[in-house]
Ligand binder design. Structure first.
Ligand SMILES: [Zn+2]
Ligand SMILES: [Zn+2]
Length: 305
């Protein structure tokens, strides 16, 4: 089963030709999540043939326009499609003030339940968990209250050793119990086989870390430690370090340092300033600190297994 992140936008606030502001679509074990929703996100979903009707959780990092301006439009389109399934939106309290004013004055009535979940961006907290995955918010350090997100698989199921199961003629109706770690006991109680003989160890549960907008800060490194993939903003090249500090953003070099010190497997950089037509120099700069870095190319999906 897949854990897949699709990039919908990799640009920062100013419009850039052929690039879009922040938005990511995540499919984790057939649960469909949107993270940030910049202007044009619904058009990007359409372009990459992702059904918006499937999305039922939206996580918003902060209320800067490049992360939320697509949200009212997306919700209104869901309404036009007479959506019935509830939607859950997680974001700082200011987000809900903004949405409420808009929906009040536009006299919008939704055909579905709109559930608001307030994030406190000053603390690390579990926002959601079920048996398949959980989402944790952690503080980022930006001009307005901002949260990063960890999206983590829950513990994985053991893998069947099909060959041995076939040899012992284990009925397939027992497979789910075996994957959950139970021993095999035949219905008449005569055959007992230890689970370890019939299954393999499960792989490590996967963690995806999302850092939207933040100044370089040691505390972020701690929060994203050992993630399989870290998405980190990389708004400027390091020669614009002063600009990065003034606007509370990160340079490509610093994003590489975060990835390296946090011991992640892969770094994806995005949220590029409109001043850069060519993104290659940003990639090369991040790679001087952390070799396994990729650009958050729009439309590209990163699959974690
Ligand atoms: Zn931004
Ligand atoms: Zn911002």
């Amino acid at each position: 089963m897949a854990f897949e992140v699709t990039i919908l936008g990799n640009s920062s606030a100013s419009p850039a030709p052929n690039r879009h502001p922040s938005g990511q679509y995540i499919n984790i074990l057939d649960h469909h999540i949107l993270v940030d929703c910049g202007e044009g996100t619904q058009m990007q979903l359409q372009r990459y043939k992702i059904k918006k009707s499937r999305i039922n959780q939206i996580f918003i990092s902060h209320v800067h326009g490049d992360h939320i301006l697509g949200l009212p439009g997306l919700l209104l389109s869901m309404n036009l499609m007479s959506r019935e399934n509830p939607i859950h939106i997680y974001g700082p309290k200011e987000l809900f003030e903004i949405l409420n004013v808009f929906f009040k004055h536009s006299e919008t009535r939704f055909s579905f339940e709109l559930n608001y979940h307030t994030i406190d961006p000053n603390k690390t907290e579990i926002l959601f968990e079920n048996i398949y995955y959980k989402v944790i918010a952690f503080p980022l350090f930006h001009r307005v209250p901002t949260a990063g997100f960890l999206i983590q698989e829950r513990s994985k199921l053991r893998k069947l050793n099909v060959e041995v199961c076939e040899k012992h003629k284990i009925p397939f109706t027992h497979f789910n119990d075996l994957k959950r770690g139970k021993d095999y006991m035949s219905p008449d109680g005569k055959v007992h086989i230890k689970n370890e003989k019939l299954t393999f160890e499960p792989g490590k549960p996967i963690t995806y870390a999302y850092c939207s907008d933040t100044i370089f800060d040691e505390r972020v490194i701690k929060s994203v430690e050992n993630a399989d993939i870290l998405y980190h903003e990389s708004t400027f090249l390091h020669d614009k370090i002063q600009r990065a500090i003034d606007t509370m953003h990160t340079t490509s070099k610093q994003a590489g340092i975060v990835a390296s010190r946090a011991n992640v497997d892969k770094l994806i950089i995005g949220h590029f300033s409109a001043r850069y037509d060519d993104l290659q120099p940003l990639l090369l700069e991040a790679r001087t600190e952390f070799a396994n870095t990729e650009i958050a190319d729009e439309g590209r999906s990163f699959i974690m297994e």
